[in-house]
Design a protein around this ligand. Structure first.
Ligand SMILES: Nc1ncnc2c1ncn2[C@@H]1O[C@H](COP(=O)(O)OP(=O)(O)OP(=O)(O)O)[C@@H](O)[C@H]1O
Ligand SMILES: [Mg+2]
Length: 370
């Protein structure tokens, strides 16, 4: 529906990460948004693997704890299906009546799906009409996820008495935050590479003219770095995690800690460069457009990771801290520094929470150099 209706409670955005559950909620106050609350809690190892809920009771406990620690209002939630689970494809189809199109799409995607279509939950959107010779064709964005995994997510929220309003494709929810702000070059020649650096995974989403055109997941995240530091300095995981946050500075290239993770950092910048080159070759006729890299996820808080990746890739790079800018919050409850630090980690939860809030211009704080 797009508009925030008055009699409904605002959406609570729930980002079920493999390391941490993040929740955020905003409410409309006059002409602006107010942060109701936000919170996070870590999950035990193996509770969520490759986007699937593997340990139901642990995930349920964590969610229940979050709900009781933090005061959210109402019980309406939106969550995302991890990119690990979802198959997203662009299709070019004949311009058929809706029912025939539905059947034709099922036929078309049969070969690309990891399971039979009747075991998948799927959705599609017509993006535009394209000319193919004399014929008009439909340009379609298709997404599907295994039904059993979707069902488990539905059961999780139901068992907590929450109303699951929708499950979104993660790659699409990240865009809402930018759309909300009318942010950065949605229709221009600049391509946005939105890189979510999580605990186990990194997703690279390339956004061209306001659409996610390429999505890739790599098994790279903050946990990998912590494990290296733990091994190198003989620390347990918790100590290594603290050391990573405190001592690792990606501009301090002579330090021991930097060198303990250098191989992993090189791997990340290489994967990023590769994805962008692949996109130019396959979808952009080798035409090189301007690219801005936007970092989010908890690992985007590594000191100077933006400067490091900018130097390695030659693309201007910024950290998405829009969470701290879009809504009014009580400075007695949250300090500016805390909001700023939490912001990259809450990018997805914020995108989800904004689902029913009307697009509105807010003062932009994210500067993109070119
Ligand atoms: N200040 C910081 N400096 C460096 N790393 C940080 C900082 N704060 C959090 N992290 C790292 O961020 C990671 C968690 O990020 P996030 O919550 O985005 O992951 P997730 O969504 O649970 O995982 P995934 O997306 O891979 O499933 C952890 O590895 C944590 O060590
Ligand atoms: Mg994540």
């Amino acid at each position: 529906m797009g508009l925030f209706s008055k009699n409904k409670m605002p959406i609570i955005g729930v980002d079920l990460g493999s390391g941490f559950i993040k929740m955020a909620q905003f409410e409309r106050k006059g002409d602006s948004l107010k942060l109701v609350n936000f919170g996070l809690l870590d999950l035990p190892e193996g509770a969520i693997v490759e986007g699937r809920i593997e340990k139901m009771s642990e995930v349920k406990d964590a969610l229940q704890n979050l709900l009781s620690y933090y005061s959210f209002i109402g019980n309406r939630v939106v969550t995302s299906a991890s990119g690990k689970l979802v198959t997203v494809r662009e299709l070019i189809m004949d311009d058929l009546p809706p029912h025939e199109l539905h059947e034709a799409i099922k036929w078309e995607v049969d070969k690309i799906l990891p399971a039979q279509i009747d075991q998948m939950s799927f959705d599609y959107q017509i993006l535009s009409k394209v000319k193919d010779g004399n014929q008009e064709k439909l340009h379609i964005l298709f997404a599907a996820a295994p039904m059993d995994a979707v069902q488990t997510t539905i059961e999780l929220f139901k068992s907590l008495g929450l109303e699951l309003v929708s499950i979104e494709v993660e790659a699409f929810s990240i865009l809402r935050l930018f759309r909300f702000l009318g942010e950065v070059a949605m229709g221009k020649n600049r391509i946005l590479a939105v890189v979510n650096l999580g605990h186990n995974y990194t997703t690279i989403n390339l956004v061209d003219k306001g659409l996610v055109r390429f999505s890739r997941i790599i098994p790279w995240g903050g946990k990998k770095l912590t494990e290296k530091i733990s091994y190198y300095f003989g620390l347990d995981f918790k100590e290594a995690e603290e050391k990573k946050k405190k001592d690792l500075d990606l501009l301090d290239t002579n330090s021991e800690i930097f060198n303990s993770v250098l191989e992993d950092l090189k791997e990340l910048s290489l994967e990023l460069k590769r994805s962008i080159s692949y996109y130019f070759a396959k979808y952009n006729d080798n035409k090189i457009s301007e690219v801005t890299v936007i970092l989010e996820g908890g690992t985007a808080n590594l000191k100077n990771i933006d400067k490091y990746l900018e130097a390695e890739t030659n693309y201007p790079t910024v950290v998405n801290r829009l969470f701290a800018d879009i809504a009014k919050y009580d400075p007695n409850l949250f300090t500016r520094e805390y909001m700023y630090e939490m912001a990259p980690m809450f990018a997805t939860a914020t995108g989800l929470a904004l689902k029913e809030h009307q697009v509105k211009k807010v003062e932009k704080k994210m500067k993109v150099r070119s």
